[in-house]
Design a protein around this ligand. Structure first.
Ligand code: CP
Length: 317
């Protein structure tokens, strides 16, 4: 069973722990499929989402997961909070903690921000994406989607194509998939491929055709158009010519290969519309699995006993 206080990344999370989370998520998916999505799993618990970056899927799935399981849930949009008055992340975290929050879910543009927060709060902290570091819940929902399709992650061959450099989704997937015995091959424009990333246990392919050859899973990553302005690839047209995932490229993968994308998609840039909407695409299943995985994590992280608050003199408060 997952025994840690927080979920800050998949580094250090064992294969057994990942398997447990995915098993609980499968059960939660049954609840989502049932006619009655209201459960008492989180009755008496309070969950806060604290997002310093935009989100549709991650934030909404955490909020729905909290509500489905009867938690008291609230969202803080950093732009409309006391952060705007100069409050530090640590003081914001402590404030939420003292209000009795059980779990704080944070997305932050700075790598490591959730780790700093976790050190100074009693609440469990879930990393919903930190800078270019990790997005562990995305990788867990991706692995759940793969496991549901193929039965096991061991021996799966996963091709990842796109902006690897800036992708926290890629990093968490590489860590999680390697832990589970899958192999990962990356392909990106040279300027979007971090030097030394193969030390994480993945391999690098020069072309998308080589990358998807023999793959069971083809995963596209979002190309951020703002990177194009930074000159990291010559033009969107050239990117599409070399790295766009199309039905023709999917034909080079294994016959039962699936197409995944964490979203949001730039249609016609990293994935063509006809590929994204094809029978091979499991992008919609990823979204549903996102709610199931987050339900599982909220449930598992509220199983532990909270330690009482202590004053500086050591007294309980
Ligand atoms: N995949 C993902 O993190 O999407 P959002 O940015 O919409 O949360």
């Amino acid at each position: 069973m997952y025994q840690h206080k927080d979920l800050l990344g998949l580094r250090g999370v064992s294969a057994e722990e990942i398997t447990d989370i995915l098993d609980v998520a499968d059960t939660m998916k049954e609840i989502l499929r049932s006619g009655n999505k209201k459960t008492p799993h989180l009755q008496g618990k309070s969950i806060v989402t604290l997002f310093y970056e935009n989100s549709t899927r991650t934030r909404m799935s955490f909020e729905l997961a909290s509500k489905y399981m009867s938690a008291a849930s609230a969202n803080i949009a950093a732009g409309a909070s006391s952060v705007k008055k100069g409050e530090t992340l640590m003081d914001t975290g402590r404030t939420l903690d003292r209000m009795g929050t059980d779990i704080i879910i944070i997305r932050h543009p700075v790598s490591g921000a959730p780790h700093m927060l976790a050190k100074c709060v009693r609440s469990a902290v879930i990393n919903a994406g930190d800078g270019m570091n990790e997005h562990p819940t995305q990788a867990l929902l991706d692995m759940l989607t793969m496991r549901q399709r193929f039965g096991s992650l061991k021996g799966l061959r996963v091709a990842v194509i796109g902006d690897v450099m800036h992708s926290r989704v890629a990093r968490s997937n590489i860590i999680g998939l390697c832990t589970m015995g899958a192999s990962v091959t990356l392909c990106a424009p040279p300027t979007l491929m971090p030097v030394g990333i193969d030390k994480m246990g993945c391999t690098i392919a020069e072309t998308t055709k080589k990358c998807v050859s023999g793959a069971d899973v083809v995963m596209g990553l979002r190309i951020q158009r703002e990177r194009q302005q930074a000159g990291l690839f010559p033009s969107v047209a050239e990117y599409c010519d070399n790295w766009e995932i199309t039905p023709e490229l999917m034909q080079k993968a294994n016959s039962g290969a699936i197409l995944m994308h964490p979203g949001p998609i730039n249609r016609g840039v990293e994935v063509s519309s006809d590929a994204a909407d094809s029978d091979r695409s499991v992008i919609d299943a990823q979204v549903t699995n996102g709610v199931a995985v987050r339900m599982a994590l909220l449930y598992m992280l509220t199983r532990r006993e909270l330690t009482p608050f202590k004053s500086e003199g050591g007294n309980e408060i």
